[in-house]
Write a protein that binds this ligand. Structure first.
Ligand SMILES: C[S@@+](CC[C@H](N)C(=O)[O-])C[C@H]1O[C@@H](n2cnc3c(N)ncnc32)[C@H](O)[C@@H]1O
Ligand SMILES: *[C@@H]1O[C@H](CO)[C@@H](O)[C@H](O)[C@H]1NC(C)=O
Length: 349
């Protein structure tokens, strides 16, 4: 298990509340093409307490089976996304097995139709695609087609990648993680660092998957904070703790002209915000501090008059959070913002 898991739980809640998407970043950032034209799609998502089985828990073997086979479902939706099944069916409407096989590049010189059959059997049995038995054609299920038409698919594809590629690996060690109260799944990732963020760069493509999703997520939450935060509107020197790809910092710097920002993130990841800040022409207003807020000293007292913790509170244990908060209180006068944002993880002090 890795530290990213609490974050994904929150993402589901976020998608329910969210109404706009990041469009500004296209490398190691928001994949860029997502503009949600109809946000009601998120509101159609079930409430977090309205899960199958209801408050009494599960009642059927099918529901139980869906949980036991969850690993297969995750990989089937990943295959449908990465091989372009859903995109192809959205663009072309109902199609036969043979046409889909050809379009997805699954046609085999030995004539075996097993790959396309396994994929379509899997995707249809879990309801991602629908088979018209008379016409012998497959189409997307309704929600996937609606995601394409409303512009939300790109972010869902980013979420699928994060879950099925990055987080999936560590899941195998979940039981052991519970027994040992530590992130045993980290051993799946090459490197020596004690956290996944610092190990991701050593696996080609992995860091991009993480930040693509993260940035969509933050592009949702930061407009709410910036619209309502008195602290952000009246501060001059803001420390962005674990500022990631600088989606929040760039948004705040553009909106509040008086603000200069220090973005603090780990050595291994600092190049990502650097590129975005340079592109945004904000090098003079946003500076970078490379290092760890767990092991390195905090900036000196009085150097900043505000702190942003965006999507940090969900990651850390209570003891780490207490330590961070104590050091932050020591560093600057705290004015806690109760800004009414439902995007709970973004704290501005
Ligand atoms: C969930 S992301 C949030 C990024 C950003 N604040 C946002 O809202 O988009 C967490 C970030 O914290 C950084 N981080 C994690 N541990 C850190 C540490 N000990 N010191 C500095 N940054 C850290 C990660 O590199 C990552 O960019
Ligand atoms: C923030 O304010 C802008 C400008 O008034 C508005 O267009 C946007 O919808 C607001 N967003 C949120 C999430 O409050």
């Amino acid at each position: 298990m890795v530290r990213l898991s609490a974050f994904a739980v929150c993402l589901v809640e976020l998608l329910v509340h969210a109404s706009s998407y990041c469009t500004a970043f296209d490398d190691a950032g928001c994949s860029g093409q997502s503009v949600v034209r109809d946000s009601s799609i998120w509101k159609a998502a079930p409430d977090k307490y309205d899960q199958p089985g209801g408050p009494e828990g599960l009642t059927t073997m099918t529901q139980l089976n869906n949980i036991i086979m969850g690993h297969a479902a995750t990989q089937i939706i990943l295959a449908g996304s990465q091989l372009g099944l859903f995109e192809f069916l959205h663009e072309n409407g109902p199609q036969t097995k043979g046409t889909i096989e050809e379009a997805l590049g699954l046609k085999r010189s030995d004539g075996s139709t097993r790959p396309i059959e396994v994929l379509l059997l899997g995707s249809t049995s879990i309801g991602l695609t629908v088979l018209d038995k008379r016409e012998k054609t497959y189409r997307n299920c309704e929600i996937i087609d609606r995601l394409f038409t409303t512009g939300g698919w790109r972010s869902i594809a980013d979420l699928i990648d994060l879950e099925a590629i990055i987080k999936y690996k560590g899941e195998f060690h979940f039981v052991e993680s519970l027994r040992k109260d530590t992130n045993v799944g980290l051993q799946e990732w090459p490197g020596a660092a004690d956290n996944l963020y610092s190990r991701l760069p050593q696996t080609p493509g992995a860091q991009k998957i993480f930040y693509d999703l993260m940035n969509s997520f933050t592009a949702f939450s930061i407009p709410c904070l910036s619209n309502t935060s008195k602290v952000a509107a009246t501060s001059f020197k803001l420390l962005d703790v674990g500022g990631g790809a600088a989606v929040a910092a760039i948004h705040l710097a553009k909106k509040f002209q008086q603000l200069s920002i220090t973005l603090w993130d780990q050595h291994e990841t600092i190049e990502i915000p650097m590129n975005h800040i340079t592109k945004a022409g904000l090098k003079g207003r946003i500076s970078l501090l490379a290092g760890s807020f767990i092991t390195d000293p905090f900036p000196e007292a009085g150097s900043h008059d505000a702190v942003l913790l965006s999507h940090q509170a969900v990651i850390w244990s209570k003891s780490v959070l207490l330590m961070i908060f104590k050091l932050l209180v020591r560093m600057c006068h705290i004015r806690l913002d109760y800004n009414g944002c439902t995007l709970f993880q973004t704290v501005c002090v």
